[in-house]
Design a protein around this ligand. Sequence first.
Ligand code: SF4
Length: 352
Amino acid sequence: MNSPLLEARGLSRHYALPRSARQWLGRRAPRTLRAVDEVDLSVERGRTLGIVGETGSGKSTLGRLLLQLERADAGQVLVDGVPATGPGADAGRRRRRDIQVVLQDPYTSLNPYLTIGSAIEEVLTVGGMTSRDARRERVGELLEQVGFPAEWAERKPGQLSGGGRQRVSIARALAAEPRLIVADEPVSALDVSVQAQVLNLFQRLQRELGLAYVFITHDLAVLERIADEVVVLYLGRVVERGPADKLFAAPKHPYTQALLAAAPSLGRSRSTSSVVAGELPDPASPPPGCTFHTRCPFVMEVCRTTRPRLTTTGEGQQTACHLHADPAPASLPPTDGRYRPAPPEANPTAAP
Ligand code: SF4
């Protein structure tokens, strides 16, 4: 079969914001927040796609669309080439079990009053495993798969560390025998040493079970370690994508360069919002032209008026930036390709 395991085509999710009193008086149209806008991506079997961006970039909304927890306003999600939503979606719906989720905070997904064995057993029951003995045996296997002794089935989530609870969340996801796991900031709440252990676990499970992952994070250093392909989101749109090794070796988009400057290596990363110059613009009123132009050190006149389209900038690599347009603008600013915050006069929103 040639189609990707999971594919998104032109996926969009827009929210109408309530009108303010001034808008009512002025009879202005309600504003729209384009949380996800015309996103294409694909995930191959046994591979890891990383999605990175700041808070407000739309990456978690995109994750919910891929999980079909939210309905897209436009575009399609396909599983094995079959639409999971819209006309002809029945076969895709049957495959929903193939895609499971691991969230940042296991507290939200684990009932503190249930033993961890019961939490995992619930998933097996929903999946149709009727024999109680078989369920108990499978719970033990799943716990061992994530590095716990089978006897820990009787423990409650509160008796485990944050990393331990995340392992239980992973075991719970595995109970549905998925082919793909969407992991939304799965290690960002953990200490650095625990992060590494949980990432090792994800990688081992991928080798043993052939799982595919969509890894959503604000931290490129995490993706440097785990991703095969990377998609960079800014204000709901893809600004760069490509094979992880190529993107990390030679990032083309100034925003990707800024994120990389913020995350030199795993364990020394910082919040991207504190190191990319300037604030993220209001997603409900994005700047015209290139939406990154208010923070970009290479901004040109064309950037303020014309939205750049994704163009091929290397083997498998695509970038939405006028610096890499074909043909390139006549007067390119001098650059050695490295991100530096724009000087204040060129970038009025930059932090001092
Ligand atoms: S299009 Fe212009 S403003 Fe946008 S990232 Fe490229 S150079 Fe910067």
